[in-house]
Design a binder for this molecule. Sequence first.
Ligand code: HEC
Length: 251
Amino acid sequence: MIKNGLIGVLALGALLLSAPSFAAGTDHAKMEPANNVLSNVRSLQRGVGHFVNYCMGCHSAKYVRYNRLADDLQLSEQQVTDNLMFVGEKLLDTMDIAMDPLDAGRWFGQVPPDLSLIARAKGTDYVFNYLKGFYLDPSRRNGTDNLFLPGASMPHVLWELQGLQEPVYEAIIDADGNVHKFMVGFEQVTEGLLSPEEYDQFVRDLANFLEYISEPVKLERQRLGIRVMLFLLVFFLFSYLLKQEYWKDIK
Ligand code: HEC
């Protein structure tokens, strides 16, 4: 009885452990880690530049204020005004855009979401992979699809930098003779202005910036967390010594 129970528990455990690999089996899009470093201010500075130049045509980041960016990214107010603002915004403004959501919906089929919180909602790795995952698909209205967001209505806005890639499929024939096509990777069909490594760094900086804006106090919070832990440790030491002192005559 006990033995059967044990086997049951083990089987259940094995099933639970293997569950993620089932999921991975049906979802062929394997994500690479973004390997971004949030404390790398140079990367964040490059990231905000890319964001303003390549993304803000369609996406806002309406929870981010320019003056906060200046502080956190160690940029002077002049640098922010000269390099990140083009249409007369003020330093206290948020990173809003002028596009009317109704127009955007008509043009793209979907309204481009505000990206302030996207890295928290979907993960930094996701953003990194999404920006690398556009591939040619003539059946789509904008000529491309995305491996990580099938049916994406966002055009491949970085195609000049990355170049264009085509999917490579592998066919597997099952026992009933049905053919299943799996996408196994990409093949570069036109060169981009950047090498693959440079493009990776480009989108890593962007993903890093999007992670930063999704929680601007993250580094501060972690630093504070360590200080609080250290304080508690020292405090514990003193309270322990005090306790020893109080109880020493009673024992
Ligand atoms: C020409 C307009 C346009 C530009 C420029 C643009 N996007 Fe988008 N983006 C869209 C649209 C439209 C969607 C909605 C896609 C959908 O849900 O099908 C989107 C969605 C997204 C998403 C969310 C994907 C998801 O899983 O929901 C991310 C992240 C994103 N864009 C990042 C970027 C970044 C980073 C840039 C700059 C390099 C950028 N976009 C530039 C139109 C644009």
